[in-house]
Design a binder for this molecule. Structure first.
Ligand code: HEC
Length: 114
């Protein structure tokens, strides 16, 4: 393809400018990173509304959750969160069998019905 007059870019001369632009974008992204993804434990404000802070992942709390799940939830939802095999099929009374606890909210299934 023939070069069009007036649009040729001298790469050797342009790369420092491009490196400067990329560097500035990188610095801006790093500076804004906590505002974009949130910082654990810090309050987050979205559109002027304060939302609960990003929770920190506490190993003790995770272990406690595992234990509580095994004690109170696994009997219906399965030891591995799998739910009942027929969880998508309504029962004769219209209720649903226990879904996998990792399933997204299912229309018609009441969240936290347990
Ligand atoms: C006695 C059986 C039983 C126990 C115990 C139980 N569940 Fe459920 N759970 C169900 C059934 C059945 C449904 C579906 C209810 C419906 O039809 O809306 C359900 C629904 C749910 C849903 C909603 C899923 C969705 O996508 O809508 C969640 C989340 C859930 N259970 C979590 C838990 C947790 C966490 C525990 C333990 C603290 C627990 N369940 C204990 C039977 C149980």
């Amino acid at each position: 393809m023939a070069a069009r007059p007036g649009v040729a870019i001298d790469v050797k001369r342009a790369w420092p400018v491009m490196a400067l632009i990329l560097g500035a974008l990188l610095v801006a992204a790093l500076a804004l990173w906590p505002r974009i993804i949130g910082t654990p434990g810090r309050p987050v404000v979205i559109g002027g509304t304060a939302v609960p802070p990003v929770p920190t992942l506490d190993a003790d709390a995770v272990a406690q959750g595992q234990s509580l799940y095994a004690q109170h939830c696994a009997i219906c939802h399965g030891a591995h969160l799998e739910g009942a095999p027929n969880w998508k099929e309504p029962l004769p009374d219209g209720a649903f069998p226990p879904p996998p606890t990792t399933a997204p909210a299912i229309p018609g299934i009441t969240p936290m019905a347990c």
